[in-house]
Design a protein. Structure first.
Length: 378
């Protein structure tokens, strides 16, 4: 397709209305288009039979419906599905579907790689290339429905969407918000605001902006109970420390007695899983309507961390429960296909040179150690 064509997947309702208004069309065209694309999964204008032939020909000349291509599908023993989707310039992202008895959750990426450097996350080790467009974000939902051969108009297999894949969603604010608008539009995917979740590592100014434009569910990657440790695990904490982050969380849920923040807490053996950490966590969030999701760490090569034992995780959770904190332990899904939390990698043409710098550091340390050993031998 020509790059001059407009990809309609980049438009939420407001953007689509502006597009059709510019063409001299009535607002109802927006509803028609949203239904064709998202409820019926149609990407060929010629099949949109309630549009005039002239309109279909005009759209074919100036617009397109283009989604990322699925180039690989892996299915876990537990039923989890991971797709690798091809993007431009050799990049690829990963999207994961997690089926459960009462729901089907799609984990969607928002960036190619990640601009942050959380120490326990495989995605962060891949570096960063760019933000995804709205079309590339919502296109993951479209492609997943196509791959599973379901038509949202008749059969809703994806009941929940979480922006917890590759990337930090709030660093791609406008495109992510537009994609979430499409997810929740009654004439598109029609998901409840409680079934669309945005996860952030703590981009405080963007979190404060989010409240003004959206009321989706919020998950916050906390992972530590003091700034010293969080600075190490989640380096953005150096810019927006825990107190600022928690104040922003409190502001986000203020005025809605049904809304809770989900605090995500990865369990790292000997690092953040001691009884005092659990008690500190209780004290930190006591004034915020919230629940805690304990996440067993999913190892990846070179991470340097180990997962807390099942007994330690249970002890940690019991301390929270006794203090009245709602807490759950996330069931690890898709680990055998590297589809579990923190394991998504895709294919990132890294512009940050992060991996290159990391390899240089490894080589330097190796050389220093060899010299030290040689000196002792001599």
């Amino acid at each position: 397709m020509s790059d001059s064509r407009v990809n309609l997947l980049n438009f939420d309702r407001q953007g689509m209305e502006a597009f059709f208004t510019e063409l001299g069309e009535k607002p109802f065209r927006t509803t028609q288009m949203l239904k064709w694309i998202y409820q019926f999964g149609v990407s060929d204008f010629a099949q949109m039979t309630n549009l005039s032939k002239a309109m279909r020909e005009k759209l074919t000349a100036i617009a397109e419906i283009r989604v990322p291509d699925i180039i690989e599908q892996q299915v876990s023993d537990d039923g989890t599905i991971k797709w690798l989707l091809q993007l431009e310039q050799g990049n690829a992202i990963e999207t994961v579907f997690i089926p459960e008895n009462d729901r089907g959750t799609l984990c969607v990426s928002s960036q190619i790689g990640c601009a942050l450097e959380c120490r326990f996350c495989s995605t962060a080790q891949q570096g960063f290339n760019r933000n995804l467009s709205t079309a590339e974000i919502i296109g993951q939902v479209w492609a997943a429905n196509q791959a599973m051969k379901v038509m949202p108009r008749n059969q809703r297999v994806i009941s929940n969407v979480v922006l917890m894949g590759m990337g930090e969603p709030l660093l791609n604010f406008n495109n992510v918000v537009a994609a979430m608008n499409i997810m929740m539009d009654d004439n598109a995917y029609g998901l409840s605001k409680r079934r669309v979740t945005i996860s952030t590592s703590g981009v405080v100014p963007a979190l404060e902006r989010l409240k003004a434009v959206s009321d989706v569910a919020l998950a916050v990657s906390l992972h530590a109970t003091n700034d010293t440790l969080r600075n190490e695990l989640v380096p953005i904490n150096k810019k927006y420390p825990i107190k600022q982050l928690l104040n922003a969380c409190k502001f986000y849920v203020k005025g809605d007695h049904k809304r809770k923040v989900t605090f995500e807490y990865v369990m790292l053996d000997g690092i953040n899983d001691k009884p005092q950490h659990a008690r500190e966590l209780v004290a930190l969030i006591k004034d915020i309507p919230s629940k805690v999701n304990l996440i067993p760490f999913n190892p990846f090569p070179g991470s340097g961390y180990q997962c807390s034992s099942a007994e330690t995780i249970e002890m940690f959770r019991n301390i929270l429960k006794k203090a009245g904190v709602i807490s759950t332990t996330r069931k690890t899904r898709g680990e055998d296909i590297d589809a579990a939390c923190g394991q998504l990698a895709g294919k990132v043409m890294d512009k940050t040179k992060r991996r290159f710098r990391r390899e240089e550091i490894k080589v330097s340390r190796h050389n220093i150690n060899n010299k030290s050993i040689s000196g002792r031998i001599l």
